[in-house]
Design a protein around this ligand. Structure first.
Ligand SMILES: Cc1ncc(COP(=O)(O)O)c(C=O)c1O
Length: 368
């Protein structure tokens, strides 16, 4: 049986007529750059996230960069984050003019280890960017406590965590700002590039809205030097439709994760994902750990099962970040995980038969 890593077509088939209807409205209104459909989605997404404001932007990378800039991050600042993330987290910090400072992760949850944050703080530290990796939120209470006591800002990278919760609070709503990606493969994915920043700070939301539209609140009157980071109307409309289904899709992902866990957790050689007591995990990625990861991926590929690795090289060991001066051994937990992780097929429409097929193939690989 063929099991894709992700099946966007299956999701599209289930909402085809709803999407067609909304897209027709965008075309009829020629509301292509920003406009009504983006504003409508912003209101709906803010409410979904239990937050006062949402500002649509061009991508998750834009969201992180603009949130940092508008919160005053700049040259010579240090920003603490985790090394086991997509490079955009660090790119946004670098392009805001600041320096990423990495802190190792918790071996079970794979999110930043709050116990290690304090020793990474220097007089130059300005903010912490916890990454809610794979769809599980970082341990926010101790992070907010450290930030509060040291006068640091917290910008949540919630790009993989739409609808995830920490003690009942939604991802992105706890820090000064929360940043989302709507890249097509995300739990809430656009039909192109899009992102959003959420915040409870009205002044910050207004600043972001002005910045993302060339620094203008009124057409051709520019109060600041801004940028073009608007969300497309088409993406706003698609996201509004898909947001109606997100809760149900996240539940399906959780159900799929439960079945994988049941089928795999007794295999000694496999570590299944850990859901922290505080968390509602939304399984953007279902990542297991195994020693001979590359051979497992090869065996599964031969059986028509597609897997991924998120991510094979932690950011402190990427060539792009050589200048930061880290080396192998700097973050042992993140490095060990990078060598062992395999992301199994995970999406809402995945069937029990597909999950059983994947699990059986993993079992027979381990046994042989
Ligand atoms: C953790 C994380 N941060 C940032 C981003 C960047 O988002 P985008 O691809 O929409 O720019 C992503 C997207 O893959 C991500 O997974």
């Amino acid at each position: 049986m063929k099991v894709p890593f992700l099946d966007l077509k299956a999701q599209y088939e289930s909402i085809r007529s709803e999407v067609a209807c909304e897209l027709q409205k965008v075309l009829d209104n020629t509301a292509f750059a920003g406009g009504h459909f983006v504003e409508k989605f912003e209101k709906e997404f803010a409410e979904f996230c239990q937050c006062r404001f949402a500002c649509g932007v061009g991508s998750g990378t834009d969201a992180l960069w603009i949130a940092l800039l508008m919160l005053g991050v700049g040259k010579d600042d240090e920003i603490i984050t985790a090394p086991n993330t997509f490079i955009a987290t660090a790119e946004a910090i670098s392009f805001a003019g600041a320096r990423p400072v990495f802190v190792d992760i918790d071996e079970k949850a794979y999110t930043i280890n709050p116990e290690l944050i304090e020793s990474a703080i220097t007089p130059k530290t300005k903010a912490i960017v916890p990454v809610h990796i794979y769809g599980q939120m970082a341990d926010m209470d101790p992070i907010m406590e450290i930030a509060g006591s040291k006068g640091l800002m917290v910008i949540e990278d919630a790009c993989q965590a739409h609808g995830a919760e920490y003690k009942g609070r939604r991802a992105g709503s706890i820090g000064d700002a929360g940043c989302f990606s709507f890249y097509p493969g995300k739990n809430l994915g656009a039909y192109g590039e899009a992102g959003a920043i959420i915040t409870n700070n009205e002044e910050l939301a207004e600043k972001i809205r002005i910045f993302r539209d060339h620094g203008q609140a009124m057409k051709y009157y520019h109060s600041i030097i801004g940028w073009n980071a608007r969300m497309d109307g088409i993406q706003g409309a698609v996201l509004s439709v898909k947001l109606r289904h997100l809760e149900e899709w996240n539940l399906a992902r959780r159900k799929n994760a439960r079945l994988y866990n049941q089928l795999l957790e007794d295999i000694e050689e496999i570590t299944v994902p850990f859901e922290s007591d505080y968390a509602k995990h939304v399984y953007h990625i279902y990542s297991i750990r195994v020693d001979n990861r590359d051979e497992l991926i090869k065996a599964l590929t031969q059986k028509n099962i597609s897997c991924g690795i998120h991510y094979p090289v932690p950011l402190h060991l990427q060539d792009a970040y050589k200048s930061l001066g880290y080396s192998k051994g700097s973050f042992p937990v993140a490095e060990k995980c990078a060598e062992q992780i395999v992301s199994l097929p995970m999406f809402a429409e995945l069937t029990s038969e597909q999950i059983e097929t994947v699990s059986n193939e993993i079992k027979s690989f381990i046994e042989n």
